[in-house]
Write a protein that binds this ligand. Structure first.
Ligand code: UD1
Ligand code: CA
Length: 451
């Protein structure tokens, strides 16, 4: 069956105390909204409609980054959740199928929970996701009659007796699109908040003799993020789930609680991750790699059998082929390191390509930036770059070429050539001893004058 997602994200999120709209605050380096959209992606929706309001332009551009097939609609005034869903009506006008409504600030929802809601649609016209709340606080209460959901009453409108109910509304629902929009057009705002409540569709559906039911999930999945403290907790929850998944997939994490992952981190089995490693957005590590302690990776690809770190920094565009070594205090940015090449110590390789089996000596730096523009450095296969070489880009070093230690390479080096570019050494016999004697005498005189 085809499905469409409607994600509500127009709210302000006042308690975040932020200029950034709530749904764009990051959890695991990805906007909260991306987490909700990812959960919904399991349904392979035909349409994804995000309802934006506060800071709608920022939300719009984030949505495009996450999924450029999604549509953003504007809710200029936040008149309630039913009114928010109604903003998607025009986009889904010709659409025939189910709609699933999610909240952009509910990042923990699991894909299989949404799948259970869709499955429940075979025996009900409208399915609501509920949960047993430990502290039902201000949630809407689900008034059940056996398996049938009769009504949702918002906390503000509930009687004392209804407030005793702990089975609460998560806000998520699944329904046939045409039916949902039909019900929504009948929702009024005569309630304690003068808002158009999406929850009213339950009672309206029942009045038409429709079957309405609730699917239950664990409360942890429905937790919303309303403050910075919630955001930090949300990140921690994400991290422990993501680490557990990696362990399950066969990745070794030596100290799991010290490894920081992003929403899109991919790590292959039999890879070993030492303590205190940060995976920023856009990292893929293939099987059987070793990422040693205190390394920081983002926007990069590490191939099978590669060794990275300790204390390595892989920045966007770092592409490490199989069995490469990138050692301590090495930074790689926008550079391809070909199979078997080694950059083991204290180097910066940026905007470059390094050929197969080439060895980059300690302290090598690609001088890629002239203050205005970035330039490329190309190093061929089986080359040997002497320690402390400066490669002033744009420049090429050929295959099997060498650069002498301390070279400042400003001109291309041809295949097989040795480039020496440093002041020749001069030795003065006996001069060191003479100089030391002179200096010691000076110091002695100064000490005597001072006393
Ligand atoms: C809503 C539910 C309540 C449920 C609770 C779960 C209604 C009437 N109430 O209450 O039963 O227990 O969620 O968290 O639906 N939003 C818009 N536009 C609006 C209003 C809201 O986009 O005009 C978005 C918000 O950004 C948020 C979501 O909808 O993502 C929920 O809105 P919120 O105001 O937090 O609803 P609650 O009052 O918490
Ligand atoms: Ca809420």
């Amino acid at each position: 069956m085809s499905t469409a997602l409607i994600i509500l994200a127009a709210g302000k999120g006042t308690r975040m105390s932020s200029d950034l709209p709530k749904v764009l605050h990051p959890i695991a380096q990805a906007p909260m909204l991306a987490h909700a959209m990812m959960a919904g992606r399991a349904l392979e929706p035909d349409h994804t409609v995000v309802v934006a309001g506060h800071e709608a332009e920022a939300v719009r551009s984030a949505v495009v980054d996450i999924d450029d097939t999604a549509t953003v609609v504007l809710q200029t005034e936040q008149l309630g959740t039913a009114h928010a869903v109604d903003q998607a009506r025009a986009v889904l006008d010709d659409y025939d199928g189910d709609v699933v409504v999610l909240y952009g600030d509910t990042p923990f929802l699991q894909a299989d929970t949404i799948e259970r809601m869709i499955a429940a649609r075979t025996s009900a016209d409208l399915v609501i996701l509920g949960f047993d709340a430990a502290d039902p606080a201000r949630y809407g209460r689900l008034l059940m009659d056996g398996d049938s959901l009769e009504r949702i009453v918002e906390f503000k409108d509930a009687s004392d007796e209804e407030r005793e109910i702990t089975f609460c509304n998560s806000g998520l629902l699944a329904c046939d699109a045409k039916l949902l929009f039909d019900l929504i057009s009948k929702v009024g705002n005569a309630n304690a908040s003068s808002e158009y409540y999406l929850t009213d569709v339950v009672e309206l559906a029942r009045a038409e003799g429709r079957r309405v039911t609730a699917v239950a999930c664990d409360e942890s999945e429905t937790l919303g993020v309303n403050s910075r403290a919630d955001l930090a907790r949300a990140d921690a929850v994400f991290q422990s789930r993501a680490r557990a998944e990696l362990l399950e997939l066969g990745v070794t994490l030596m100290a799991p609680e010290t490894v920081y992952l992003s929403l899109d981190t991919i790590i292959g089995r039999d890879t070993v991750i030492e303590p205190n490693v940060v995976f920023g957005p856009g990292v893929t590590v293939e099987s059987g790699a070793l990422i040693r302690a205190f390394s920081h990776l983002e926007g990069c690809h590490v191939s099978r059998g590669a060794k990275v770190g300790p204390y390595a920094r892989l920045r966007p565009g770092a592409e490490l082929a199989e069995n490469t070594h990138v050692g301590n205090f090495v930074e790689i940015k926008n550079a391809e390191i070909a199979e078997g090449a080694k950059v083991n110590h204290l180097s910066y390789i940026g905007d470059a390509s390094v050929g197969k089996k080439t060895n980059i000596g300690a302290g090598t730096i690609t001088c890629n930036y002239d203050g205005v523009m970035k330039h490329h450095t190309e190093i061929g296969a089986n080359a040997f770059i002497g320690s402390n070489t400066l490669l002033v880009a744009p420049v090429k070093v050929g295959e099997e070429a060498m650069t002498a230690s301390g070279a400042v390479i400003t001109k291309d080096v041809e295949d097989g050539a040795l480039a020496i570019a440093r002041a020749p050494q001069v030795s003065k016999p006996g001069r060191a001893r003479k100089l030391m004697d002179l200096l010691r005498a000076k110091k002695k005189k100064r000490d005597e004058d001072a006393s």
